[in-house]
Design a protein around this ligand. Structure first.
Ligand code: AHG
Ligand code: MN
Ligand code: MN
Ligand code: MN
Length: 335
């Protein structure tokens, strides 16, 4: 009988190629994988275990927290704090840096995560996900601060997401392409099902929350208008549109069949540069998309080159099929 490649086997074999790898990183990824399995189980059981609905609390972004936002954050902390691989963690659901408690050894990596992405979808049984990014902790021995996390996306050691959809998947990059694994619940393992995922350069599918149209800038208005004009317009082809409102689900669709995803800068709230957060949404997803041959930009700059200024900083995001992203960027350059 053929046994598929488990994610553990895949990571160990990939790390073997790297000179000086100590096994620390492999072990960290294993703990992240465990956290994603526990979250998958909680999301899947849903109302049966009383985890649906909202709390009275707000997170640092002023969003009302869902019960599962807090539960999944806690699962990530518990799975990852004990092993000695991490120096600190940061997440959407924590205002400040989470220091590793003194009873555990402090390691050399930083973990940043969005424990439940698309959490507004959880009560209506639509796909949600988890996004994570691993950085090296600068400055040996010192307690990490928020500063320690403010590294450009190009510095990421690894990034990935888990998608809790019709099946649970984990998609991962360590900077050597992108690979997708599907959870086999009977054996409790993620099995390699989508090796070497690549994004086609061209697409006829775009994703944007069109209810914000009146707040968009000129270049995005122009791009979407031209898509809508279809065959008889300047693009000379018909486009399809999708909006799940879970970034993980949108990026996954783009990795599987191409497309462009935009949460652009808008004038709805002049204090915000965009909606999505740089460190735990835009950067990990941009790393994955670029590794799969796609592109990712704010419209004016490559996202992975941005120098972060705050843990919860927001940025405009335009990512996916290369030729389409480049077209939107070109429209920005003309203004
Ligand atoms: P989160 O649930 O982690 O706060 O993220 C939600 C994000 C993202 O996943 C999605 O693309 C976007 O918000 C949806 O925003 P709208 O509700 O404005 O469409
Ligand atoms: Mn949120
Ligand atoms: Mn999110
Ligand atoms: Mn979230």
């Amino acid at each position: 009988m053929h046994i598929g490649t488990t994610i553990t086997q895949f990571i160990i074999e990939e790390q073997r190629q790297i000179k000086g790898a100590t096994g620390d990183f492999t072990s960290l990824l294993n703990d992240i994988v465990t956290a994603c399995k526990v979250i998958s189980n909680a999301v899947n059981k849903g109302a049966l275990i009383g985890v649906m609905g909202s709390l009275d609390s707000e997170n640092v972004q002023g969003e009302t927290q869902k019960k599962l936002d807090v539960i999944t954050n806690e699962i990530f902390i518990q799975s990852n704090e004990w092993a000695g691989h991490l120096a600190a963690m940061a997440s959407e659901e924590m205002d400040d840096v989470y220091q590793i408690p003194g009873r555990y050894p402090r390691g050399k990596y930083l973990l940043v995560f969005d424990p439940l992405d698309g959490s507004s979808n959880v009560d209506v049984n639509i796909s949600v996900g988890t996004i994570f990014s691993i950085l090296r902790c600068p400055g040996a021995g010192d307690a990490p601060t928020a500063e320690s996390f403010l590294q450009p996306g190009t510095q990421q050691v690894a990034a990935g997401y888990a998608l809790y959809g019709s099946s649970t998947m984990l998609v991962l990059t360590t900077g050597h392409g992108v690979n997708g694994f599907t959870l086999d619940r009977d054996i409790g393992e993620f099995i390699l099902t989508h090796p070497n995922m690549t994004i086609p350069a061209d697409t006829r599918e775009f994703a944007i929350n069109a209810s914000n149209q009146r707040f968009w800038e000129g270049p995005v208005k122009r791009y979407v208008q031209e898509c809508l004009e279809g065959k008889t317009g300047p693009r000379a082809r018909d486009f399809n549109m999708r909006w799940v409102a879970s970034m993980v689900a949108e990026v996954h669709r783009i990795l599987v069949r191409g497309g462009i995803f935009m949460y652009p800068k808008d004038t709805k709230d002049p204090a915000k540069a965009g909606k999505l957060r740089l460190l735990y949404e835009a950067n990990p997803m941009s790393f994955i998309v670029e590794q799969a041959g796609g592109a990712s930009s704010t419209g004016r700059q490559r996202i992975l080159d941005l120098q972060p200024e705050g843990l919860h900083q927001r940025v405009p995001v335009i990512l996916g099929s290369k030729n389409e992203v480049e077209k939107v960027v070109a429209y920005h350059n003309e203004t």
